[in-house]
Write a protein that binds this ligand. Structure first.
Ligand SMILES: [Zn+2]
Length: 413
């Protein structure tokens, strides 16, 4: 496939107009002038070609719980609204909910996510059928003296590891739900196992003030220190939220290469606080952006998250020069892809996976915009015209090629 005369976001996140981009065997094979031999041609005039988004923190099957428990504080939202509903979910529901999330992600130009949930086989099957990418993990919650090896989830993970061993698109990471739902032993043994598998560890960290302070009362240390002591940062770590981290926490995360998967809409909607991107970035934390589950968002629109990151940073620090649209886009694309250990995604660069999204920028709300990245982050509504994973068009102009939307809607209503 060849995109002709399209505006592209370069690998340094500047934009160039009237470029031709050729895709071959799932990879970006050409960037430059017109050339033949790529088969189907797409007239890119009026369109923007961008790296596809990767949501760094999600619970995708929560599409089934959209908006549930709205306006409750996090502890009541979890215990009164979410946990009882989740207890009723069957593998089929998890599959359908995840598939519905895949459809929504494709609509918003997203082709991968770090999905922490449960019933991993049903999660994996939805991504496999939708043909998008994901790093999935099943969340460990443990209040007794068990080590990971004693838990049913250990056997589930071994089964998933075998099931996904030849699958590069869907990868298995490991998850400790949070400090407040685990013991030091469960956290340490899951972290050790993740490191032994060279896999990622996905955790919730300092999402709310009370979570952060309760951890200090319980363990005499912050959640970041709790996970550090448990060996949690000895592997690629995705720490969701990190709203209440101290300067020392951020410094430690920066030193250890921890990814902070921030979810600004969810933090605002649940009244958890305002993520302090400036402080985190100053301490070399690898900040990336995610949507969280739709029960606290209530959709999977990554443009909205990136825009919020930029606006919150400027407004919170009274400085419009901070967090440029380009910085927010990098957090929502390249850094998020790196949080999955996928070095070959998140940039429009020859040899990289063709994980791409195309946006119509010839609309009433985007016309006359000067810069492609600014247009995408501030003016677009986030809906992609076309979304590709490994060079394969999975969504175009409202149509899905791997998901039977009518059947899915019938099954989830
Ligand atoms: Zn979460």
């Amino acid at each position: 496939m060849l995109f002709k005369d399209i505006t592209i976001i370069n690998e340094d996140f500047t934009t160039t107009r009237n470029v031709c981009v050729g895709i071959r065997e799932g990879k970006i094979a050409h960037i430059g002038g017109f050339t033949e031999g790529f088969g189907e041609e797409f007239d890119g005039r009026g369109y923007l070609l961008a790296p596809a988004f990767c949501s760094a923190h999600s619970h995708t099957a929560m599409t089934l719980l959209r908006g549930m428990g709205s306006d409750l504080p996090l502890d009541r939202w979890l215990n009164e609204a979410i946990f009882p509903e989740e207890a009723k979910l069957t593998p089929k529901a998890i599959y359908n909910g995840t598939l519905a999330g895949c459809a929504e992600m494709l609509k918003y130009g997203t082709v991968s996510c770090n999905d922490m949930y449960f019933m991993g086989k049903a999660m994996a099957d939805a991504y496999i059928d939708a043909k998008i990418k994901a790093n999935i993990s099943v969340a460990v919650l443990c209040f007794d003296d068990s080590a990971f090896i004693d838990m049913p989830k250990y056997n589930e993970c071994l089964m998933l590891e075998e099931y996904l061993k030849d699958n590069d698109k869907v990868r298995l990471d490991y998850a400790v739900h949070a400090e407040y739902t685990n013991t030091p032993k469960s956290a340490a043994t899951v972290a050790e196992f993740a490191a032994s598998r060279n896999a990622g560890l996905h955790i919730h960290v300092s999402e709310t003030k009370s979570e952060h302070e309760d951890c200090i009362s319980r363990h005499g240390m912050t959640p970041v220190k709790f996970f550090f002591r448990a060996g949690g940062f000895d592997t690629r770590t995705i720490a969701a939220h990190c709203v209440w981290c101290t300067d020392e926490d951020y410094s430690l995360m920066g030193e250890k290469g921890v990814f902070m998967a921030s979810c600004p809409t969810s933090n605002l909607k649940l009244g958890s606080g305002i993520p302090d991107y400036k402080r985190a970035l100053e301490r070399n934390v690898q900040v990336c952006i995610g949507t969280d589950g739709v029960a606290s968002n209530n959709n999977l629109n990554m443009v909205k998250e990136a825009k919020l990151m930029a606006l919150l940073t400027k407004g919170y620090n009274l400085d419009p020069s901070l967090c440029k649209s380009r910085d927010a886009l990098i957090a929502a694309t390249r850094t998020a892809w790196l949080s999955q250990g996928r070095q070959n995604s998140g940039l429009i660069k020859v040899g990289y996976d063709a994980d791409l999204a195309v946006y119509d920028i010839n609309t009433v709300n985007t016309k006359k915009a000067r810069d492609g990245v600014d247009t995408l982050i501030y003016a677009c509504d986030g809906e992609a015209y076309m979304t590709l994973c490994n060079g394969e068009v999975l969504y175009k102009n409202g149509e899905y090629y791997t998901i039977d939307i009518e059947k899915l809607e019938f099954e989830i209503t």
